[in-house]
Write a new protein. Structure first.
Length: 274
């Protein structure tokens, strides 16, 4: 494996499983030490099983098996002080953070939502406010250090498209939040360019993780078949793999993309041009 990130430190949210774990393992394989956090607990509004502390521990073990060091902490991205605590632990252990991957997110689509207001709040608070908290917890040390860096926000094809809308709280909030983080990425790219910090977003289509592959989503699509029919890819694949997104992330944070900032990078099997 290419060691193009040797000596870097990456801060990754939502790292217990799925895309977050994949990003941690890919960056570790290229030389990064990792500062990881995850809620690692159930959420009442989310119909699929959330990761637990055992999943976060498995991420840590897997990173260590690659010969890299990791701090893996249970924390809620909705809580700025909790995120700052994890960042402080990372700075104490590694002395710096070079890379931020704002990955934590939920998509709690379900056939019946008995508390749409709570669903809206959880999606917006985790997917949008959580990204804001993540970046602002890490950025003071990155700016003060004066050696640049890279931030990647994990958005979605739904951050650039409204296809498949159903008017549900989960769907409305998910699309709004994923559009919102693209706005954050663009304004941060302008703000942080003088500090040599690049900011980009990745726009995946459906990824084969528990957020997509679960019992609730097929039941939701059974109720809204037109939505399911519209959310298909141009290439003949239903979902891509977490590693496909991690490859894009690894490129964006590397020196190979040293002049790339302010872009939305689709890894979407052609979803956005269909």
């Amino acid at each position: 494996m290419n060691r193009r990130l040797e000596g870097k430190v990456a801060f990754i949210t939502g790292a217990a499983r799925g895309q977050g774990r994949s990003h941690a393992l890919r960056l570790a394989s290229e030389g990064c030490d990792i500062v990881a956090l995850d809620l690692a607990a159930p959420l009442a509004t989310v119909p699929y099983p959330m990761p637990g502390t055992e999943d976060l521990a498995e991420t840590a073990t897997s990173v260590q098996a690659l010969g890299r060091a990791i701090i893996a902490e249970q924390a809620d991205v909705r809580d700025r002080s909790a995120v700052e605590r994890v960042v402080a632990q990372g700075l104490e252990r590694f002395g710096k953070i070079d890379i931020v991957i704002a990955n934590a997110g939920i998509s709690p689509e379900k056939p019946e939502d008995h508390d749409p207001f709570a669903t809206w709040d959880d999606v917006i608070d985790i997917n949008l406010k959580g990204v804001w908290n993540t970046a602002h917890a890490a950025l003071p040390s990155m700016i003060e250090r004066g050696e640049g860096g890279s931030i990647v926000v994990i958005s979605s094809v739904q951050g650039l498209s409204g296809r498949g809308g159903t008017g549900t709280a989960a769907g409305d909030a998910y699309v709004a939040s994923k559009h919102g983080v693209v706005g954050l990425m663009r304004t941060w790219a302008n703000w942080l360019a003088p500090h040599g910090i690049r900011v980009n977003s990745v726009q995946p289509c459906g990824v084969e993780t528990p957020m997509v592959v679960n019992d609730a989503l097929p039941a939701f699509f059974a109720k809204y078949p037109a939505s399911a029919a519209s959310l298909t890819n141009l290439l003949p694949v239903e979902v891509v793999q977490p590693e496909d997104i991690s490859s894009a992330v690894a490129w964006l944070v590397s020196d190979e993309a040293r002049y790339v900032t302010g872009i939305t990078l689709p890894v979407d099997a052609g979803f956005l041009v269909k």
